[in-house]
Design a protein around this ligand. Structure first.
Ligand SMILES: Nc1ncnc2c1ncn2[C@@H]1O[C@H](COP(=O)(O)OP(=O)(O)OP(=O)(O)O)[C@@H](O)[C@H]1O
Length: 778
C-alpha cells in the first residue's frame, strides 16, 4: 500500500511535473481554481506550488497557509518542502487541517470575542459531544413530556442522529457562534430552502425542540469550558468577523492561502477562507467535484463548482486530467460508475490515463457473503504467492458500511492472511485510552464535567448512580458544577518538597454532608488529591509522561485494568497486557509530544488538542506493516493501492439507497463508488454476493447487483468500450479489457439468468444516450 507517496521535491522540482501540473504550480493569477481528477497529482501540485512561491515568487514561508485534508498530509508536506527550503523555513509554513488552524486562531483570540471563553478551552470530540448532547436532550420539554419510558429511550437513541443535525446547522450557518438556538435553526432552514435540502430532524423533534436542545447543549459546553469541532470553525469565523485587529493580523500574515479538497468544504470553512483571503490575499484551491462525498456532513460542493467563481472576481480555472495512478481499464470502470449519477459537473473533463494498459477489471460473484469473502481471500493468496508476489500491504478491501468488515475478518483469520483495519476501533477510542485522556482532561480543566462524569467512578469508588447523584446535588446546593465544587480550593494546594504529597488542599466536607458512605468518601478524597497533585506537577513543569506515570499510580489504574475493570478478564489474560501496553504507548506519545516543547499546562493542553483533532485518515497504523488493509470507502479517500477489492457492490449497499432519498444523495453514493474504484493502481475487483445477511438478520436475502457494477458489465457498452479503449491500448503489450471474456460471461450467467437487469439497463441507457462523457483515451 502506498499512503499516497508524496513527491520528494528535488531542487529542480518543476521538471518533475507534467505541463498541466506545471501550469498550475507557476500560474501567477490571484485566484486559482484547479479541478483535478483522482490520481492527477494534487498533492504534488500543492507542495510544488508552495516551493515555487517561496523560491521564485519572493514569498516568505510564514506568509503561506496550506489547509490540507489530514494532519498527516500537512506534516508530510512540510517534510518534503524541507528538501527545497530547508527544515527551518519549511516549519514556518502554516500547514494543517481546518480544525487545527481554527484551534490556533481561537487560542490566540477567543478572549477578544468576549463570549466568556478563555484561551484554555477544551475540545470535545465526537464521543464527548454525544454525551453532552444526551444530557441536553433530557432537558428538553419534548423529552420531559414523554411519560412512556420506551419513547424516552427512543428519543435518546435518535439523539446521535440529532447531533449530526446540530453539526450541519452549525456548519451551514457560519455566523452562528454563541447565537441562540432559534436563530441558528432559522438560519439553517433558510439555507436548506435556498439549496433545496430537506429538514433532517422533522421526524424526531419539532424545530423549537431542536432549538431548545441546541441551547441546552451549548450551555453544557459553556459550563464545561469546552468547544465541539463545529464550534472551532464557527468560533474562528466569529473572530475574523468581529475582531478587526485579529482579522487584520491574520490577513497581513497569510498572503498566500492554498486549500486542498475544496469540494468538501462546508459553509463555515468557505466563509473562513473568504475572510482570511480578504481583498489582498491570493487563493489557490484544488479539488474534484466528482469526489465530493461529504454532503452528509454539511459539505457544499457548490462552493467549488459555482461560488468560487462568483466570489473571487477574475478567478481562473485549470484542469488536471492526466491520471498517473490507474490503468486505462480501471479508469474506464471509474467513468462507468460515475456515469450512473443523474447529474455531473458541466465542466467535468474525462480522465486521461498515463499508465499503460494492465489486467482487466474482474468481477467476483459469491453465492452469499461468505463465498464472496472466500473468493476474495483466495485471490489475495494467489496474487501474493504468484509470480507478481504482491505484498499484502499493497492490497485493500474497501466497503461502504462497517458491517461488511466483519464478513471479511473471520475468513481472513482462518485463511492466515494478515490484515489491518484502518479507522476501525482506533487506538484513541479504546476504553483505557479514553479513561486516561479523561484523567488528563480533568487535570487540564478541573471543571470539565463530561470528563469527570466518565471517571468519577473509575477505578470503582463504590459511588453508584445514587452516590454520583448525591454529589451533584451537593454541588448544586452551592450553585456550582460538580467539578468546581469538588476541586474548590485547589489553588491553595502545594506540592511537598519531595513532590510526593500535597499540602494546603482543603478536605472535602464530611461523608454525611455529601450523602456518601465512609468508604466511598475516602476514595473520592484520594481521587481528588490525585488529580490536584497531577495538576500541581504539571504546573511545576514536570515532563508530561512523568505526570502520567504519577497520576496513574496515585489512582491505582494498573490494578483497575489488571482486575478486569476495563473488561476482558483478569490479570492472567492477554487483555490486561494489551490494555496496559496501550496505556504505556499513550504515555510514550505524550512524552514524544512534549519532548522539544516547554512543559506545563500548555504542553498538556497542546497534547490533548492534538489528540482531539486526529482524523480517521491520521490513523497511526504502521504504514509498512504487512497486512491487507480493510477500510470504508470514505476512509480510503486520498489513498492508493496496487490491488483493490470493493466488496458489497450491491444495490442498497453501494450505492446505499434509502426511503425519501434525494437525487443528490444518490449521486453522492455514486461518487463514493467512483472514489473507491479510483484508489486502484493495477488491479481492481468488483465483488458482490447474491445473498447477504445484514444488520443482525438471521437469514440471507437475495440482493441486486449494484448499478455501478452492472454499468461496468453491460453488454450495451461493449461497442463503446471497444471504440474508446482502442487508442489507449494501441501501445499496450497486453490485450484490451474485454467484457465478453468467457470468464466474466460465465460469472454473469452464474449470477442468474433471467434476473432483472433493470439497473444495468437504466445505467447503460444513460451512458448510451450520452448523458456523460466517456473517457477520452487518446
Ligand atoms: N508528474 C508526475 N509524474 C509521475 N507520477 C506522478 C506525477 N504526479 C503525480 N504522480 C503520482 O500519481 C499518484 C497520484 O497522485 P496524488 O495522490 O497526488 O493524486 P491526487 O490527485 O491527490 O489523487 P486523489 O484525488 O485520487 O487522492 C501518486 O502516486 C503520485 O506520486
Amino acid at each position: 500500500m502506498s499512503y499516497v507517496a508524496m513527491p520528494a521535491l528535488p531542487a529542480d522540482f518543476l521538471t518533475a511535473l507534467s505541463n498541466e501540473q506545471r501550469a498550475a504550480v507557476t500560474a501567477s493569477d490571484k485566484y486559482i481554481r484547479v479541478i483535478a481528477g483522482p490520481g492527477s497529482g494534487k498533492t504534488r501540485v500543492l507542495t510544488s506550488r508552495i516551493a515555487h512561491l517561496c523560491t521564485h515568487g519572493g514569498v516568505w514561508p510564514y506568509e503561506v497557509l496550506a489547509i490540507t485534508f489530514t494532519n498527516k498530509a500537512a506534516k508530510e508536506m512540510q517534510n518534503r518542502l524541507a528538501k527545497v527550503l530547508g527544515r527551518v523555513r519549511a516549519r514556518q509554513i502554516a500547514a494543517g487541517t481546518f480544525h487545527s488552524f481554527c484551534v490556533q486562531v481561537l487560542r490566540r483570540f477567543i478572549e477578544d470575542l468576549g463570549c466568556g471563553y478563555t484561551s484554555s478551552f477544551m475540545i470535545y470530540d465526537q464521543g464527548d459531544a454525544q454525551a453532552a448532547f444526551m444530557q441536553a436532550v433530557k432537558e428538553t420539554d419534548a423529552y420531559k413530556q414523554l411519560d412512556n419510558k420506551d419513547q424516552r429511550k427512543q428519543m435518546l437513541r435518535t439523539a446521535t442522529k440529532l447531533l449530526d443535525d446540530v453539526s450541519n446547522i452549525k456548519n451551514n450557518a457560519p455566523s452562528c457562534f454563541q447565537k441562540r438556538g432559534h436563530q441558528v435553526v432559522d438560519a439553517h432552514e433558510r439555507f436548506l430552502i435556498r439549496t433545496g435540502g430537506k429538514m433532517p430532524w422533522a421526524n424526531n423533534l419539532e424545530m423549537h425542540d431542536l432549538a431548545q436542545a441546541y441551547d441546552m447543549y451549548q450551555a453544557i459546553l459553556r459550563d464545561n469550558r469546552a468547544l465541539d469541532f463545529d464550534d472551532l470553525l464557527s468560533g474562528a469565523v466569529a473572530v475574523l468577523q468581529k475582531v478587526p485587529g485579529a482579522r487584520q493580523q491574520l490577513q497581513a500574515r497569510f498572503k498566500h492561502i492554498l486549500v486542498d479538497e475544496f469540494q468538501d468544504t462546508n459553509m463555515a470553512q468557505y466563509e473562513l477562507v473568504r475572510l482570511l483571503t480578504g481583498e489582498q490575499g491570493s487563493l489557490f484551491v484544488v479539488g474534484d467535484p466528482d469526489q465530493a462525498i461529504y454532503g452528509w456532513r454539511g459539505a457544499v460542493v457548490a462552493n467549488m463548482r459555482e461560488s468560487f467563481l462568483k466570489d473571487y472576481a477574475g478567478a481562473i480555472t485549470l484542469n488536471l486530467r492526466d491520471n498517473y495512478r490507474s490503468t486505462p481499464e480501471i479508469l474506464l470502470a471509474a467513468e462507468r460508475a460515475l456515469g450512473c449519477a443523474s447529474s455531473m459537473s458541466p465542466d467535468r473533463q474525462p480522465l486521461v490515463p498515463i499508465k499503460a494498459s494492465g489486467p482487466r477489471v474482474e468481477i467476483i460473484t459469491g453465492e452469499d457473503d461468505r463465498e464472496e469473502a472466500q473468493v476474495v481471500i483466495d485471490k489475495m493468496k494467489q496474487l501474493h504467492g504468484g509470480r507478481e508476489g504482491v505484498a499484502y500491504k499493497d492490497m485493500a478491501v474497501l466497503y461502504r458500511i462497517h458491517t461488511l468488515q466483519r464478513c471479511m475478518e473471520e475468513p481472513l483469520v482462518r485463511g492466515g492472511v494478515p490484515y489491518i483495519v484502518v479507522g476501525g476501533t482506533k487506538f484513541w477510542d479504546k476504553k483505557e485510552i479514553k479513561d486516561v485522556l479523561a484523567f488528563l482532561r480533568l487535570t487540564a480543566s478541573l471543571e470539565d464535567g463530561v470528563a469527570l462524569e466518565r471517571i468519577i467512578n473509575v477505578p470503582v469508588r463504590g459511588l453508584g448512580a445514587k452516590g454520583v447523584a448525591n454529589l451533584k446535588a451537593w454541588a448544586k446546593e452551592q450553585g456550582q458544577s460538580l467539578g468546581a465544587a469538588l476541586f474548590a480550593g485547589h489553588r491553595r494546594a502545594r506540592l511537598t518538597a519531595d513532590l510526593n504529597n500535597l499540602e494546603g488542599l482543603p478536605d472535602l466536607p464530611p461523608a454525611k454532608q455529601l450523602g456518601l458512605k465512609a468508604q466511598a468518601h475516602a476514595k473520592v478524597e484520594l481521587f481528588r488529591r490525585a488529580i490536584v497533585r497531577a495538576r500541581c506537577l504539571t504546573e511545576a513543569n514536570i515532563p508530561l509522561d512523568t505526570v502520567i506515570i504519577e497520576l496513574l499510580e496515585d489512582l491505582d489504574y494498573e490494578q483497575h485494568i489488571f482486575s478486569g475493570g476495563c473488561g476482558g478478564g483478569d490479570g492472567k489474560s492477554d487483555t490486561y497486557k494489551l490494555r496496559w501496553s496501550n496505556v504505556q504507548q499513550l504515555r510514550a506519545k505524550a512524552g514524544d509530544y512534549s519532548e522539544d516543547r516547554p512543559q506545563g499546562l500548555d504542553a498538556l493542553r497542546g497534547f490533548l488538542d492534538e489528540v482531539a483533532l486526529l482524523t480517521d485518515a491520521d490513523s497511526e497504523k504502521a504504514e509498512q506493516a504487512e497486512g491487507v488493509r480493510l477500510m470504508t470507502v470514505h476512509a480510503a479517500k486520498g489513498l492508493e493501492f496496487k490491488v483493490v477489492f470493493i466488496v458489497g457492490c450491491e444495490e442498497g449497499i453501494l450505492p446505499r439507497v434509502w426511503e425519501d432519498q434525494l437525487p443528490e444523495d444518490l449521486d453522492e453514493e455514486i461518487r463514493l463508488g467512483y472514489v473507491g474504484v479510483t484508489r486502484a493502481e493495477e488491479r481492481l475487483y468488483l465483488c458482490h454476493a447474491q445473498s447477504r445477511a445484514l444488520y443482525g438478520e438471521w437469514s440471507r436475502k437475495s440482493t441486486d447487483v449494484s448499478r455501478m457494477l452492472a454499468a461496468h458489465t453491460s453488454g450495451q457498452l461493449k461497442a463503446m468500450m471497444a471504440k474508446t479503449t482502442q487508442a489507449a491500448h494501441a501501445t499496450s503489450s497486453r490485450g484490451p479489457y474485454d467484457p465478453s471474456d468467457p470468464e466474466i460471461a460465465l460469472r454473469r450467467r452464474r449470477h442468474g439468468e433471467g434476473r432483472s437487469w433493470r439497473n444495468e439497463a437504466r445505467a447503460a441507457s444513460r451512458l448510451v444516450t450520452g448523458s456523460c462523457d466517456l473517457p477520452c483515451f487518446t
